[in-house]
Design a protein around this ligand. Sequence first.
Ligand code: NAD
Length: 482
Amino acid sequence: MTTKRITVALGDGIGPEIMAATLSILEAAGADIAIDTIEIGEKVYNRGFKAGIEDKSWDILRRNQVFLKAPITTPQGTGFKSLNVTIRKTLGLYSNVRPCRAYSPFIRTKHPKMDLVIIRENEEDLYAGIEHRQTDEVYQCLKLITRPGCEKIVRYAFEYAKRAGRKKVTCFTKDNIMKMTDGLFHKVFDEIGSEYPSIEKEHWIVDIGAAKLADTPEVFDVIVMPNLYGDILSDVAAQIAGSVGLAGSANVGETQSMFEAIHGSAPRRAGQDLANPSGLILAAVQMLIHIGQNQCAEKVHNAWLKTIEDGMHTYDIFQEGVSTKRVGTRDFAKAVIARLKEEPKTLPSANYPEEKPLNLIYKRSAQKRAYKELVGVDVFVQEDNKNVETLAARIKKVLSHVPLELQMITNRGVKVYPDGFDETFCTDHWRCRLVAKEGSISNPAVIWMLLRDLVTAGIEVIKTENLYLFDGEKGYSAGQGQ
Ligand code: NAD
């Protein structure tokens, strides 16, 4: 076996403490790794790097391909980008694997049988970071869901379930409201799921699914979901399993991978030797499996389980009558090291004989390009006068020059013209839907002429969205109230 060179970042807040604890365990367990340490996070942001990372660190990350990362603090303010999100997207780490299980009766939980894995899509959704202020009153964040993104994560979830011998994959979406974006995720789940007949499949609307997860998590096995829901619900799952400080995660792409605790830098707990290093330790176990050091992964995991069984607990999981000793970060690590040749007696022991890294290489399905027909345009305008009839009249006046007609105006997605209700609250942000009088628009330049005429008439255009049919099927949502 050749020594595996990995990249390590100590992070912010509790990061350096939990990383020191984790590395001391890896060293004592004989992990065959060499470490390149990079600096990321607060200090780098403060040196003027808006993404919290310097160029030379990217080179190291790309070369080593395996990154063990402590949590970092993201500064407030729109000038700063979340480094976590940037790393996941830039390195193509599309799959975020977050096991959450109970360690009852050794760690208090209302859900002693809970043992699930959340597979969170890691690159898309509202995390595209495309936000705009469009008017005085309205801000927008773009939710991007792509077919390749859905196919990659859903395939990963089923392959993960197959390899881990798990019986069921559940999908959470909000496709009753977001019929196109979350609808695509659900559709791809059904399509790819049909290739795995021996695995049970189910879909939950995320709100009731989340309620069920918080109430009876033991009914779930593997859950796959879009980025935002996965971010939120994996914290919920970890917390109800015992503590957010217990869960580790693997961020896996085709060639690169990053391993981290699911929690943040907990600045309030920093520098006090209080934090639970378990999330990062378990992330390191995932990393050892990923780099093929399965025996070492088993050894560390079993020692950790035995430590938990022996009641050596940090403050977040400490419970009178169950825990035997309240320990700090350093002593917790020492307790794990002292048990490196032991196995748990009650909790199932870790066993990773055959596990190999699950780096799935995405193959784009050979879909032919759809026949795309331009049939109209949504023009978004800022208009302070809340009288929509006046706005509609001004737009119609312009339309005499173009082969388009005003179909409706909506405000925050609710139709207010024609036949709106006085009760509907309106902001200064209006979507005006203009559709081709004759089925489709053969010359897209018509839209540019329309925009020129609208602007000349003093209408403040913010943005447009073209309306297309894809093979005759609408590629846009109807306004509510239609
Ligand atoms: P957090 O997860 O850092 O901490 C919330 C609370 O959870 C803490 O106050 C503490 O009570 C508890 N906690 C978390 N980890 C613990 C541990 N290991 N041991 C014991 N208790 C623990 O969430 P936050 O306070 O909302 O975020 C703090 C910072 O972390 C923010 O700047 C945020 O952007 C960042 N963050 C980073 C990551 C990451 O680097 N992957 C993830 C989430 C948040």
